[in-house]
Design a protein around this ligand. Sequence first.
Ligand SMILES: [Zn+2]
Length: 464
Amino acid sequence: MLLIRHAEVDGEDGVDVRCSNGEVTQIAARLTGNPGETVIDAEGGALLPGLHDHHIHLFSLAAARQSVLCGPPAVTDMGTLGKILGQQGGDGWIRGIGYHESVGGMLQRSQLDAIVPTRPLRIQHRSGKMWFVNSTAAGILKLDQHRDLEGVECDENNLPTGRLFRMDGWLHEQLGQEPLPDIGSASKLLAAFGVTGITESTPTNSAATQALYSQLIEDRQLLQRVRLMGDETLTVSEQPLLECGQVKILLDDYALPEFERLQQRISSAHQQGRSVAIHCVTEAELVFALSACKGAGHMQGDRIEHAAMTTDDCMQLVQSSGMTVVTQPILIAERGDQYLLDIDASHHDCLYRCRAFLEAGVPLGAGSDAPFGNADPWLSMTAAVNRLTAAGRLVGAQERLTPEQALRLFTSSADDPGGPGRSVSVAAAADFCLLDRSWQDARSRLRREDVLATIRAGEVIYHR
Ligand SMILES: [Zn+2]
């Protein structure tokens, strides 16, 4: 049992909240403590519903924390990249992340061999779409024997260039012996942000991943509730903190699937009682996905992930589709300056829109897309409110949200982002983010440092 005293709940001061068996059981101005009950004095701090990151890649986040950042802002040229990689201690694989072609174009293995000649090296493009490997890595992966695989790029002499497209699942299989990244510390980090739940959005998540997540939760390494998206093999889990999510479908506008096949895949998912979540970054991907969804018929829970580029015409399509959008305001802060360079000025106002979706009545939730965006949801909220890039430039001023709207992006339920927000009320799950100050004080800062404690299912998973 847990008693939180003197909290601010929905703007009301001095509220006591009691939880047992994972739920809120009593809310009153003053509750008498029970023997053996854990008591937290909120001292007037705001008690918010626990934050839910609606789109994250937890294993990649954990791996990224053990990887080398190979792109902007830390690395902007090949000289710096070589220096940083050359300084890596230890032996065995070097795993780089966050590469962008502004550093030195699309990488080839010969370029990487010049930097790291003897250790196996793999570097992920920051889009998550491709990996670049050096020759030592190519040897370990036996790329020569896998030249026929779709995704292994070869040059005019039919030699692998070291570029691997959308091959995460295969890479994972090839590197099967690698130790698991440290999920426990990644989960603790999220808990310190006030995150009590995540939607794991990796398309290659399978029944095997589901079993692993179940184990990680049972071993208490993983502290958050998990909604697991993935392929068609996922099933209902017996672990109460693990729920089966959407069938996740990736689209790449340079290699779109056959329209009928996509439509068929959506229909089959629906027949199995699974809604779908479709990755759409470009306008072409969005239009394609919405058309396929229209043909397959709508199911409650169907989602568009990212909707990074939504023109006014597309906005109408999204609105009439009935689909939910899960967006990433954090990428305005972290990648906005590059977007302003790469994308035609006429489209700058169409990037990661927020207010326009709300005004169109489209249910809108947000996720960090970590490790591609910073996992701190307070940074996402700040970006949704101020729409400022790292260099301080404004992107889509009319898309700004209020702090309350920004918070709502992370407090709707896992199965209904943008739906009715979760609340601190009797019989609700005891998932909270407790701040050390009133919401009135916190709303102008939106900082992770203000999180005093995080409670999931009535259990304290973080306390400062
Ligand atoms: Zn993602």
